[in-house]
Write a protein that binds this ligand. Sequence first.
Ligand code: HEC
Length: 196
Amino acid sequence: MHDPSKPLAFTTPFWDKVISAFWLAFLAILGVNLISNMVLFGDPMGPGEAKLEKFGYPIEVVAEETGGGEGGGGDKMVSSLPMIAAASLDEGTAVFRKCAACHTSEAGGANKTGPNLHNIVGDAIGDRNGFKTTDSLKAIGGNWSHDKLDDYLENPKRLAPKGSMSFAGLKKAEDRAAVIKFLVSVTDNPPALPAQ
Ligand code: HEC
């Protein structure tokens, strides 16, 4: 059996096999991990935080679609146009407080972060006195009809993806109807409300 004059070391043929089997298993697991990271994330080191976010994105989209119900969102927004005529101007004035951080509404009012909005309804899009409008907003073209305002105010990035209005949008059609009523009230010769 064991020769007591030699130290008991893991050098017998038996222990050689055990140790090399262990290393083989270790390398195999490492290899499978590297390859699966490569396949899943295109990076042998596995997902960085940014990639993990991307990986989770499809789930977020589903959650948004089923979680809606706040009155529109995405392309399925509810038009506020039928509600403008009956909307309350007081409510519109109150909703405009959200806008007033960036916009004035009186005649000759200053441009702030956003342009002055006096006479905005029916006016050319992206042509406000002395304000540096983005090309993205100008690219919408045409005039601020009630309809375009409704669309823009629900989600400013939909019509002007690279526009500079950092505002999430008014998701409730009632709020948009009210604020459009307010914008009409600060416009000297507003176009007639479109027939419903
Ligand atoms: C955080 C600041 C901010 C808030 C809040 C904000 N806006 Fe704006 N708004 C901007 C900026 C900046 C622009 C210029 C966008 C561009 O050039 O792309 C703009 C542009 C506009 C325009 C287009 C003007 C044009 O040049 O034709 C309208 C209309 C408008 N805003 C209405 C509103 C209304 C109504 C609200 C409130 C519901 C609101 N905004 C809230 C910053 C803001």
